[in-house]
Design a protein around this ligand. Structure first.
Ligand SMILES: Nc1nc2c(c(=O)[nH]1)N[C@H]1C(S)=C(S)[C@@H](COP(=O)(O)OP(=O)(O)OC[C@H]3O[C@@H](n4cnc5c(N)ncnc54)[C@H](O)[C@@H]3O)O[C@H]1N2
Ligand code: MOO
Length: 403
């Protein structure tokens, strides 16, 4: 018997199969794409001291006036660690990023002077505080600068380094094993005999899992043989946090993932009210490893990964937001959708008018790989909607990565 579920019910059931994995400390170079396991506090003020924003002269504003000539008593480049002071009636030459000497209350840009190095003529004045970056104006020592669950992007790596962190605590990446099933499958590059196709779901799912932040530990292929599938599931489960299979979950005579999971005892089959991706299998092996059985049609496996596997992997990665960003787009062309199934159509997004226009690519057939690479979004048509007219607003799932 198959359990019938909505997409949201199945998403909830799959996400419940795992939680954030244990934390580990990694160097910053390995932190991008990982989710923080704990809040991070700054070890320093940023800037750590009053800092010059310009090449010029550290001045006492009271000494300035158009035409004033002042002694240049010192020269402070970036990296100068001395404690320097500006006496009244004089200036100190400073460079961008250099500490502003004590006593100065502004930096006069070199362009507003004659550029002198012994004495300098002031051509124009600045207000108190001008071009001085105050200690701590950006970040204060002890401030929480990043939160647990934040996914580290390039900006966060820069912030971590600037706030004094050579390494950071992140959740372990989920280890994913991919198992493609099908006696018709041969390796890409092998010559196809009649009845054979190139194995494409394994590489596709591995790439999707890597992009989701997972560590893909295996991509294997087995023939349609229940014992072979069971043996492969156990071997892969020993090395992985999640096993993802494709093919063999429908009602065919040789749908072996279905039979293997049923034989494992803790598997079940689901009809999800969606297109593509109706038949799904979910199980937990004896060692506790979840198995997600995706349908074999390439578009079905792609969409099923997006809707079910990716949120689980994001949750295991520790990311706060496990779902893709959703947008509202204008539909380019009329579309039809089956009653009672939520349809997820591959689409391009055209931003040339400033707001997104979604044009579906490829037909509704779940075997149509030709246009898959052009899809950057999925148009999400609710179960009860059977027709959407061109020009209507539609919900869209944005497939591009966002930090
Ligand atoms: N009588 C019925 N037949 C089917 C139903 C149904 O309700 N009643 N559902 C259809 C739907 S919808 C789907 S989706 C598929 C899912 O079937 P399986 O998960 O059992 O997948 P397979 O039969 O093994 O393969 C389907 C199709 O995909 C190709 N395939 C499989 N694996 C790969 C791979 N790794 N790389 C590339 N292509 C792959 C396979 O050759 C088949 O053409 O069932 C429908 N049938
Ligand atoms: O549910 Mo299937 O994925 O439509 O081809």
């Amino acid at each position: 018997m198959r359990t019938v579920r909505s997409v949201d019910e199945h998403v909830a059931a799959v996400i419940a199969l795992g939680g954030p994995l244990p934390a580990e400390r990694v160097v910053l170079a390995a932190a991008a794409g990982r989710a923080l396991a704990a809040d991070v506090r700054s070890t320093v003020d940023l800037p750590p001291w009053d800092s010059s924003a310009m090449d010029g002269y550290a001045v006492r504003v009271a000494d300035l006036g158009p035409g004033a000539v002042l002694d240049v008593v010192d020269d402070v480049p970036a990296g100068d660690t001395r404690a320097v002071e500006v006496p009244a009636g004089a200036v100190v030459r400073v460079m961008t990023g250099a500490p502003v000497p004590a006593g100065a209350d502004a930096v006069l840009p070199v362009e507003l002077t004659d550029g002198g190095t012994v004495r300098v003529r002031v051509d124009d004045v600045v207000a108190g505080g001008a071009n001085v970056r105050r200690r701590g104006e950006d970040v204060r020592a002890g401030d929480v600068v990043l939160h647990a669950g934040d996914v580290v992007g390039a900006g966060a790596v820069g912030l971590l380094a600037a706030t004094g962190h050579p390494d950071v605590e992140v959740h372990r990446r989920p280890r994913v094993a991919v198992l493609s099933t099908g006696s018709e499958l041969v390796a890409p590059g092998d010559r196809l005999r009649h009845g054979q196709i190139h194995e494409s779901n394994g590489p596709q799912l591995a790439a999707a899992a890597e992009a989701a932040g997972a560590d893909v530990v295996a991509v294997e292929v087995v023939r349609d043989d229940v014992d072979g599938v069971r043996a492969a599931l156990h071997a892969l489960a020993a090395r992985a946090d999640v096993v993802v299979t494709t093919g063999g979950v429908s009602v065919g005579a040789y749908d072996v993932v279905r039979d293997a999971l049923l034989a494992e005892g803790d598997g079940y089959l689901v009809h999800v009210r969606m297109q593509p991706g109706k038949p799904q299998a979910v199980g937990v092996l004896a060692d506790g490893t979840p198995v997600l059985g995706l349908p074999g049609n390439p578009v079905s496996s792609f969409v099923s990964f997006e809707m079910f596997v990716r949120p689980l992997l994001r949750r295991m990665l520790g990311a706060r937001h496990v779902h893709r960003r959703r947008l509202t787009a204008t539909l380019a062309d009329d579309l039809r959708s089956p009653a009672g199934r939520r349809q997820l159509l591959r689409a391009r997004l055209d931003w040339s008018t400033g707001t997104p226009v979604a044009a579906t690519v490829g037909g509704p057939g779940s075997h149509l790989l030709g246009a898959l690479a052009r899809a950057v979004a999925l148009v999400d048509v609710p179960e009860d909607v059977t027709h959407v007219a061109a020009g209507s607003p539609v919900a869209v799932i944005d497939l591009r990565e966002h930090w």
